[in-house]
Design a protein around this ligand. Sequence first.
Ligand code: SF4
Length: 415
Amino acid sequence: MPGSRMIELANTLPDLSVQSSEYARLLGYPRGWVLEGRAQELADWARSWYAENGRPWVYVRQAETLEVADDAIHIDGISFTSKGLQSTLRQAEAHSVILVAVGAGPEAEEEASKRWEEEKPDEYFFLEMFSSAVVEHLTTITGANLCDWAERNEMAILPHSSPGYPEWDVAEQPRLLALMKRTRKHALPSSVDVLDSGMLRPKKTLLAVFGLTHHTDRLRRLTELVPCENCSYAPCQYRRAPYRRGAKPGVPARASVLDREADYSVNTKALKRWAEERLSIEMREDGTVDFLFRYDGTTCTNMGRSLSFHYHVRLGPRDEGYPIREQRCSPAPGDTGHTQMCQYIENRERLMTAIEGEKPLIGQRLNAVLSWRRAACGAGCYCDASSREHKWGLVFETIHYALVQQELVQEADKP
Ligand code: SF4
């Protein structure tokens, strides 16, 4: 988001990495469910159909004026009556609002109807739900970009609201659309209309209002002013409350700095086994945490000789978001298998310097592993940079998983 002046932007090439867990949730599967068989096929088909044919878009504009009166909210001179939004803006002493419109475009809706008419209800349903997931995802990443921009300008974004949400009559949708259409430099990237019922056309479109405040201290005291509970943006560095969708009923959410709905690159059964069998954890008095992870693999040559490496990681305290303060990798004591790796034989010093010197993610919060793009590489040895990076990814994901499980157990044990 450029600068701290009145922002306006339109984007027709937004990020489309809809999280599988969010898509599965919209499809109606329980939390943690892994799609397989026909359902996975349909989900993959809908995702790739949309990637090829969908035309998502985002429009964002900061309103010029905001007045929060007793009976209504006036945005650029247009009045709205939403008790929820009014209360949020008031409590946070919001000085402005950001108007956001996102859409998945009409193409997927048209294709879904076609599939329905062709008596292909499964395709219809998976594509419909993928379009809904796109709208949610666009809202989430737009909110995340706004949060990042606001944080850097010493402000904070408040939970968004839309006509049709609790305490905001959907009948006010046409007014919000009319306001949205008063664009400045950028036109709305796609045509949107509203029916008398308040329903938008295309229907996979959302209009939303996000409050903006300079009073970031208020958010620390009033958690209902924090949008994070409904935000699935995993790599966020500013999260103030855990993502609650699908949270265990009755268990109070503890502000988590780790994403509990993490979309790991490794399946959770493997992470569970590694956390139990290969990882040891030592909590230190100053709040830092030490980990030792043992990796067992084989060389790519020399008849696949076994080798073992130790990964030592120290994380800063939880309150700081578990920053990765130290990390090092070296052959396990007594291991000789590593001397049989082809790169070791070719140039021992170069390989060992690389293994011991590479420290991906150092200084970043542990959550950063979830958005770390690294090459998928299954080699058991350490000869290539990509295979070494891949192993660091496994180590950090195992640590992340172990800490999340530890937090969940601690919360469940609380009376
Ligand atoms: S987790 Fe909270 S701070 Fe981060 S992007 Fe989402 S709403 Fe904003």
